[in-house]
Design a protein around this ligand. Structure first.
Ligand code: V47
Length: 379
């Protein structure tokens, strides 16, 4: 590190130690910092203070009901035009069958994200939520990004508030954090010019929180955004969280370039991923949960990220199409015992949570390498 980088990091470190809020300039200094381990130690301190020693995971299932999308974002390898080869749309029966399959595995959450299909009626989404809620009212349905919600409103001629209320009445529990990408309009014009604006995404989330629906927040990084734009994104999320307190977690999403129209870009490195997570923990002082989405990071980097500010490694997932279409090499699913083992090996306490971070089970039996699930010892 240059002497001025060292000086800047020292002053940020003093602020973190004193529990003070970090500024835009501090965020830039953190990204410029060449000392990854020092950054990790600071994020670890902030994590310990805000989130303690527990590491969360969830037993969930992702369903991507359609890949047909009118947005055709340049970073997306998942979407297809209507009628194009590879385009698919699940019938409601198929969505319900996929959910039913996972209920036997004791999932507590269905996580549903799809394309913005130009010709599916609004009722398809309402009926989907109703049918899934009827299937098992105890399972939390986390569905539809803020971008999809805004699309449903435009398509149905209703307001965002009406759409959210109707979906909530049908059984929607919360919103996932996707669709945020990078709030910078410069970047959005270049990579997702048909998508909801950054401000539009924040407005939908504000309305959701006012309607009593919690949500997550994300940021897609590692493509053409600058560090200034990353810091700006984090600050805008922090501001909204100050206003509503409605965000449950923040998940930085590492861009995967394969099969996208940005395939010439290299994608992020492991060091960049860890740095991104650490800076998120430090800047987002009002987000208790910083989540590493192992599907995108790889399970080993996700485990190491527990020393870089992370306190949540997402879930069992079962099936994921968006990142795998863009070249992710990770598996589709990981078992509960594997997640527990990874967390234990990091010296932390595994906790299975529900979507809203209520504790389902604390794995604190202390038996190294062994996991007791429902009274039965698993290796
Ligand atoms: O909005 C699209 C991203 C998001 C690529 O809330 C890509 O817990 C990487 O919403 N490389 C959808 N990312 C996924 C999503 C999500 C995922 C995990 C957890 C949560 C949560 C939500 O996936 C999109 C976009 O930002 N994405 N293409 C790609 N090539």
């Amino acid at each position: 590190m240059t002497p001025s980088e060292t000086k800047n990091l020292d002053s940020v470190a003093q602020k973190v130690e004193a529990g003070q809020r970090l500024s835009r300039q501090d965020g830039l200094s953190l990204f410029e910092c060449g000392d990854l381990l020092k950054l990790g130690a600071l994020a670890d301190l902030a994590r310990r203070r805000l989130a303690g020693e527990r590491v969360f995971f969830i037993n969930n299932r992702h369903i991507n009901h359609t890949n047909v999308c009118g947005n055709r974002c340049r970073f997306c390898a998942f979407s297809a035009g209507e009628g194009e080869p590879g385009a698919y749309t699940m019938s409601l029966d198929e969505v319900v069958a996929a959910a039913r399959q996972s209920l036997a595995g004791g999932i507590s959450e269905l996580h549903i994200v799809g394309g913005e299909h130009p010709s599916l009626p609004y009722e398809y989404y309402l009926d989907m939520i109703r049918a899934l809620h009827d299937l098992d009212p105890a399972v939390h349905i986390q569905a539809f990004t803020a971008s999809e919600i805004s699309f449903f409103a435009r398509r149905s001629g209703k307001t965002v508030a009406q759409v959210l209320l109707e979906l909530k009445e049908a059984g929607l529990g919360s919103l996932p954090g996707g669709g945020a990408e990078i709030f910078s309009e410069r970047v959005r014009r270049l990579v997702c010019n048909r998508k909801i604006s950054g401000q539009g995404w924040l407005d939908v989330m504000r309305t959701a929180h006012e309607t009593g629906l919690k949500s997550n927040a994300t940021m897609l990084y590692g493509h053409i955004e600058t560090v200034e734009e990353r810091v700006d994104h984090l600050l805008r999320l922090r501001q909204l969280q100050d206003e509503t307190g409605g965000f449950g977690s923040f998940i930085p999403l590492a861009f995967h370039p394969a099969n996208t129209r940005l395939a010439h870009l290299p994608g992020s490195t492991g060091i960049e991923d860890l740095k991104m997570l650490a800076v998120s923990r430090l800047m987002l002082d009002n987000f208790v949960n910083i989540k590493a989405f192992w599907i995108m990071l790889g399970i080993k980097v996700a485990q190491i990220s527990l020393f870089f500010g992370v306190n949540d490694i997402d879930g069992t997932v079962v099936e994921e199409k968006i990142t795998h279409a863009a070249g992710a090499h990770t598996g589709q699913s990981v078992s509960r015992s594997e997640l527990v083992g990874l967390i234990r090996a990091a010296g932390r306490v595994p906790v299975e949570r529900d979507t809203l971070y209520n504790v389902i089970r604390v794995y604190d039996d202390g038996r190294e390498g062994r996991l007791i699930v429902d009274g039965v010892a698993e290796i």
